[in-house]
Design a protein around this ligand. Structure first.
Ligand code: G3P
Ligand code: CA
Length: 277
């Protein structure tokens, strides 16, 4: 069911739970990943940063401010960059209460106990779950964290996750993807991310020819997806996984354009649409 380009009508659209089922639980916590699993997402998306003592942790932002209580716990350490804190310091933070405040309709007392997970902890949890859900891992700010790719690949290898069907890599950084290409078996997919501004009004053929020399797919912001982009991506044997697609109307539109998978904060909605097809 995973990562197949250009299926016929009625195809399965890969469900990529963006930061976990982050519409329903605090992003990048085991609670959000657990919900993604329960909803039967094909992939859990992980954004990785690195701590001061070199641990890979799952968090979207380069700073701890938005998704933890770091400002209360360490008031004198602005701007609270992940790279300036050790893992032990980060483990003191509450990574869920912000969500309860922002989304009271989905609040749960349990979320107040959530911590920022390390990559190793996510893998341990996923392994014991015995689920088929795979990881879709993004190297964030790889220019800031030297040795990030080697460390990432080392952890996946040690845990038996450097296998087709268990992991996909994604990055906005071509350099990071090229590094990964040199480190992983050729059958592990690499996906180039594009924000709207980086490819809007640029020659599509040139971009796709270039990316197909080192990657297996593209993940553009949904606003720039057109039928032409999808068709051309498939001509270059690239899969296309737009982000971040949250309403059923948006999902329907993207599916009609022929995409292969979608990043979404609401994986249950896309799973439901797959069932209807
Ligand atoms: O990785 C796809 C999408 O997540 C990219 O944007 O900012 O949510 O990491 P962002
Ligand atoms: Ca991401």
């Amino acid at each position: 069911t995973q990562l197949s380009a250009a299926h016929p009508d009625g195809k399965h659209i890969d469900v990529i739970a963006h930061r976990g089922a982050s519409g329903y639980a605090p992003e990048h916590t085991l609670a959000a990943y657990k919900k993604a699993l329960e909803m039967k997402a094909d992939y859990i998306e992980l954004d990785l940063h690195m701590t001061k003592d070199g641990e890979l942790v799952a968090i979207h932002d380069a700073t701890l401010a938005r998704t933890t209580n770091v400002e209360q716990v360490y008031p004198n350490r602005a701007p609270w960059r992940v790279k300036d804190f050790t893992l032990a310091e980060i483990k003191r933070l509450d990574a869920g209460s912000w969500f309860n405040k922002k989304f009271p309709q989905y609040a749960s007392k349990q979320y107040g106990k959530e911590k920022i997970p390390t990559l190793q902890e996510v893998i341990d949890w996923l392994t014991q779950s015995k689920s088929k859900t795979a990881l879709y891992i993004e190297t964030k700010d790889p220019n800031v964290y030297s040795g990030m790719e080697e460390k990432l690949v080392g952890i996946l290898k040690k845990n038996g996750y450097l296998q087709k069907g268990k992991v996909i890599f994604q990055s906005f950084s071509e350099t990071s993807l090229r590094k990964l290409k040199g480190l992983v078996p050729p059958n592990i997919p690499l996906i180039q991310l594009y924000s709207a501004s980086t490819i809007r009004n640029k020659p599509i053929d040139h971009i796709l020819r270039h990316v197909s020399s080192y990657a297996d797919g593209i993940s553009p912001e949904q606003t720039i997806v057109t039928r032409k982009l999808v068709t051309k991506a498939h001509q270059y044997h690239l899969v296309i996984h737009p982000y971040t697609v949250n309403t059923t109307e948006e999902m329907r539109r993207q599916i009609a354009l022929g995409v292969d998978g979608l990043f979404t904060d609401y994986p249950d909605r896309l799973v439901k649409m797959n069932k209807k097809q």
